[in-house]
Design a protein around this ligand. Structure first.
Ligand code: 2M8
Length: 442
């Protein structure tokens, strides 16, 4: 296996090579722009080697924040081409007064991991020469983070379930996960879908690793729907043909609200802190209310039909991310995570949780979010497990992940049974996860 220092150096070079100076491209060619949740993970990795660059990553992202507080899922690099759909398809400034004028962005959002990144950056800086500067930076960014969290509370919390509503599977970050198969089956592509040519398939070794053309038609149709609704959540609640309550997004929101409340407290804003704590409590309760007794996993909801979506995907571990579980329940969920349906499946190359359980009929080990292991997701789980004192299992997942990454491809995802790297290679957030895990080693 690659030595620690070599692996860290290679990971740091990936982040440097994928940097335009202002943003970190999610990957060198497949994703040549800045993605919202990628930027947060990338900032966590950058903090281990270059604190100013980590801070800049989030500043660049928030330069694309909308007037209503939404942090868009893509901030486009004007100097890059080759990704589709680009700014000309989203046409945000034309369709919404909330979109920024100077920065081209998408019109939907990503999971709110940003406060987690700020917390990690502050922790890395603590006690060092950049401590005061970093605290000042966090205080400066704080109102933007608050506006983002308020946007979600105001515009996206579903009244019936308490879960955060998504109007596009891309907002979940787990685009073609089988968790969304049922709601996507109800998306009827209209005749108004403009003709298009996919660019993504050219950047991977096999098109089977990417979503299908039928799925892409639906993704792009939902962009058309969002445009027609002026990217307005209220209108999309009436017209959107994809509306889901996402347990994972809601869990991340709960955890991030807790951390942001801590920042509010330190900034002597007790009212904000109480407001954020309230959001966290409600979001966490919504996640816990959607645990399926039979599987032990949390279930998303198709808000158009009210049906629970019970496919066994990694998102079912949302309660672990949300935190605040009673110890006994948490340990049961950890046992499920490490047991044979997940990371303990005997056929796995590495004992790491795949994105869909190999026991699920929907499991596809080659295809994107339908089965492969995503190191960045494993990182999120280890982060939550360390936070909650489950150091033993977190440590094991971290150590095995570092072995997996010893192939030095820093792939976007890995075939769980063979360990083969899939998707984009030199994916930024995989390198970032490695750096943060290696920091713990020191
Ligand atoms: C993937 O999603 C984009 C669309 O947003 C794509 O396939 O073109 C997802 O894995 C998403 O979670 C990730 O943020 C993005 C960039 O890494 O790629």
């Amino acid at each position: 296996m690659t030595g620690t220092l070599t692996l860290a150096a290679r990971a740091a070079y990936i982040l440097r090579d994928n940097s335009t100076g202002l943003i970190t491209k999610a990957s060198p060619s497949l994703y040549p722009h800045q993605w919202s949740w990628d930027a947060a993970f990338n900032a966590i990795g950058l903090a281990t080697v270059d604190l100013p660059r980590a801070r800049l990553e989030l500043d660049s992202l928030f330069a694309g924040q909308w007037r209503n507080g939404m942090v868009p899922h893509i901030v486009f690099d004007p100097g890059a081409d080759g990704y589709w759909p680009g700014p000309a398809q989203w046409e945000c400034a034309r369709h919404s007064e909330d979109a920024p004028d100077q920065v081209a962005t998408s019109g939907i959002c990503d999971p709110p991991v940003h406060a987690i990144a700020v917390d990690r950056i502050l922790a890395v800086a603590a006690g060092g020469p950049e401590d005061e500067l970093t605290q000042g930076w966090a205080a400066h960014l704080y109102p933007r983070l608050l506006a983002w969290h308020r946007f979600l509370a105001r515009e996206r919390v579903d009244k019936a379930t308490g879960l955060i509503t998504l109007f596009h599977g891309w907002e979940s970050g787990t685009d073609n996960s089988p968790r969304w198969d049922e709601p996507y089956a109800g998306v009827v592509v209209g005749p108004g879908l403009p003709a298009y040519v996919r660019r993504d398939k050219a950047h991977v070794s096999s098109a089977a690793q990417r979503p299908t053309d039928t799925e892409y038609d639906r993704y792009l149709w939902l962009v058309e729907e969002a445009k027609q609704a002026g990217y307005d959540s209220g209108l999309l609640r009436e017209s959107g043909s994809f509306q889901v309550g996402d347990v994972l997004f809601t869990a991340i929101y709960a955890a991030a609200c807790d951390l942001l409340a801590g920042l509010a407290k330190r900034s002597r804003k007790p009212d904000d802190a109480a407001e954020l704590k309230d959001y966290a409590t409600q979001a966490r309760a919504a996640v816990f209310c959607h645990v399926d007794e039979a599987s032990g996993l949390a279930a998303d909801v198709d808000l158009r039909t009210g049906r629970w979506l019970r496919t066994e995907t990694i998102a079912g571990f949302a309660p672990l991310i949300a935190g605040g579980m009673p110890r006994g329940l948490r340990q049961r969920l950890v046992a499920l995570l490490t047991g044979p349906r997940w990371a303990g499946h005997p056929g796995l190359r590495w004992a790491l949780p795949p994105s869909t359980s190999p026991y699920s009929a929907a499991f596809n080990p080659e295809c994107y979010w339908r089965g492969p292991v995503w190191p960045v997701f494993t990182w999120l789980l280890t982060w939550a497990l360390y936070r909650d004192g489950e150091a033993g299992v977190a440590e094991r997942l971290r150590a095995v992940s570092l072995e997996q990454l010893g192939d030095e491809t820093f792939a976007e995802y890995y075939q769980p049974m063979t360990g083969a790297p899939l998707g984009s290679l030199s994916q930024s957030w995989t390198a970032a996860a490695a750096l943060d895990w290696l920091l713990d080693e020191q």
